[in-house]
Design a protein around this ligand. Structure first.
Ligand code: F6P
Length: 538
């Protein structure tokens, strides 16, 4: 089957599926629950409340085969330059692999350098935690200030929020934005003499990060002097010339490579500050968990492969049924940053309309991803999920075991997650609402007005991902699940998931506008932009 034939079959299957309500499919398809429930490392994936029929599932599997997902996966693992526009291999799996694995980037073995940085990082993290590495005044480090943005921020923040102990030995703070408020709030109660600043930037040329790095250096220098400040700086970057020019001692610089994309980099030294604050064991467990998902993705047939099925459900919704958004809702306070992490992972990877061949993809690609923690969202935007004009597929992420607090609270949280998925699918018919209102004695004319407003259309699809528990291992598996899912979608859409040209134009223009805000000559702008610049200068 050619990809074009597979797309045509998918469209037909989606049209057919839209004629039957999801809830009815459980009766019509006795194998539905079994085929659409997958056990993967650390989690269970339930795709049975999605809109697809089993014929629809088969159509997406045919599409995956026609798109040679398996060949693309082999190319990825084989270190071939799958980031075609930049001519780079993509090997974040190597960052969590044991040293004996044979990963190669375009034929060049990488595990030697991966292991060297890993050991340097482990040593340094251990020294900071034990107090063997100290600041300029001889005090041990009690706080780490992590400076970075995008992929140099979102992953480490997710790790820390998810796993941080209730009483951390090291106080880890993050600063991302080029907004003095964030820096001021993060450092207001920190003592520079007890703070290690870790500057994380793959390119070491990101404006926001460099501005914060300079602010941090000044903050340290005010108390410790310029030379003293140096003892409080560390960096993570693939631009070692730039970290050295910034004045960071070479034994405090931890490298990574061009085959690690920013949004796939949390497995590298990018998470140095988290490894310091959580301890090495947790970081190693994160890697171990991701490895189990890597093996699952690499070795499991497509029809039982969790990342593949998660990707196919999205493709069915986006391309088959024109659903333009997806909401990810972790029912776990500790996972509340997962939606923000996924926004970068999925939208920076696959938010593209041109394929690897430079031609329009011709199909819809990444939906808008948004979300926040449940149950809070039920009291915020879920009204629209249940009764709004558009169908937005939901993704519930729940955790079987409570991590903190009493079991009865956790049961309430889980009850809400399960009930929402059920309510979205089943809905509440107008006839039922009418009967209820009539039983209460409401007049028919009033019922005519109120019943439609109280009706839930239902048939709104959702996926549930149930983690066995929330720990470093399952978190590693969960993040790797989403990484591989994103890759599979990119392959099927024929786009390069590993570049991000779309972020460049704004950066260039911001540089030009800044020159003008600082008194430079006026540039050539549209009237709205020119007036706004004038307003800010005036
Ligand atoms: O602007 C987008 C981006 O390049 C992301 O891809 C990246 O994660 C982020 O900026 C930060 O980049 P760096 O680590 O080079 O500072």
């Amino acid at each position: 089957m050619t990809p074009s034939e597979a797309w045509t079959a998918l469209d037909a299957a989606a049209e057919a599926a839209s004629e039957t309500r999801i809830a009815e499919l459980f009766t019509l398809e006795p194998e539905r629950l079994q085929r659409l429930t997958v056990a993967a490392p650390g989690l269970t994936l339930d795709l049975s409340k999605q809109s697809w029929t089993l014929a629809g599932l088969d159509a997406t599997l045919d599409l995956a085969r026609a798109s040679d997902v398996e060949g693309a996966r082999a190319a990825l693992y084989g270190g071939r330059p799958v980031n075609t526009s930049e001519g780079r291999a993509v090997l974040h799996m190597a960052l969590r692999a044991p040293p004996e694995d044979g990963f190669e980037a375009q034929g060049r073995p990488v595990m030697g350098e991966v292991e060297a940085v890993r050991q340097a990082m482990r040593r340094f993290a251990g020294e900071v935690r034990s107090g063997a590495a100290r600041g300029a005044t001889g005090k041990p480090f009690r706080a780490v200030l992590h400076i970075g943005i995008g992929g140099s921020d979102l992953g480490p923040r997710l790790l820390w929020d998810s796993l941080k102990p209730l009483k951390p030995e090291i106080d880890l703070r993050f600063v991302a934005n080029v907004d003095g408020s964030e820096f001021a709030l993060a450092t207001a109660d920190l003592d520079p003499a007890e703070t290690l600043v870790v500057i994380v930037s793959k390119t070491f040329s990101t404006q926001e990060t460099l501005a914060n790095a300079e602010a941090a250096r000044a903050w340290l220098s005010d108390t410790l002097g310029a030379e003293g400040a140096r003892a409080h700086l560390a960096a993570v970057s693939s631009a070692l010339d730039k970290t050295s020019a910034f004045g960071i001692a070479s034994d405090r610089v931890f490298g990574f490579w061009d085959w690690v994309g920013g949004r796939y980099s949390l497995w590298s030294a990018v998470s140095l500050s988290v490894a310091i604050a959580l301890g090495w064991e947790a970081f190693a467990a994160l890697h171990a968990g991701a490895r189990t998902m890597d093996a699952h993705f690499r070795d499991t047939p497509l029809e039982r492969n969790a990342p593949v099925l998660l990707a196919l459900a999205q493709i069915f919704n986006r391309d088959g049924l024109d659903r333009r958004a997806r909401s990810v809702v972790p029912y776990a306070h500790r996972l509340r940053r997962l939606p923000a992490f996924l926004q970068q992972l999925e939208m920076e990877s696959n938010g593209k309309r041109v394929g690897v061949d430079g031609r329009p993809v011709g199909r819809a690609t990444a939906p808008v991803v948004f979300g926040d923690e449940g149950a809070n969202v039920q009291h915020a935007y879920f009204q629209q999920m249940h009764q709004g004009p558009d169908v937005v597929p939901l993704e519930f992420v729940a955790v079987r075991e409570p991590m903190d607090g009493p079991a009865d609270m956790h049961r309430k949280l889980l009850a809400n997650a399960i009930a929402q998925a059920e309510a979205l699918m089943v809905g509440r018919s107008e006839a039922e609402v009418r009967d209820e209102l009539a039983a209460k004695g409401m007049a028919p004319a009033e019922i005519d007005i109120l019943a439609p407003q109280k009706t839930f259309p239902g048939d709104r699809p959702s996926t549930t991902i149930l983690l066995d528990r929330l720990d470093a291992q399952t978190l590693g598996a969960l993040i790797a699940l989403y990484e591989h899912k994103t890759f599979v979608e990119g392959v099927i859409w024929g786009i390069n998931s590993f570049d991000q040209w779309g972020v460049e134009l704004g950066k260039t223009l911001a540089g030009r506008v800044l020159v003008e805000l600082e008194g430079g000559p006026a540039g050539d702008h549209d009237p709205s932009t020119a007036t706004m610049i004038g307003r800010l200068k005036g």
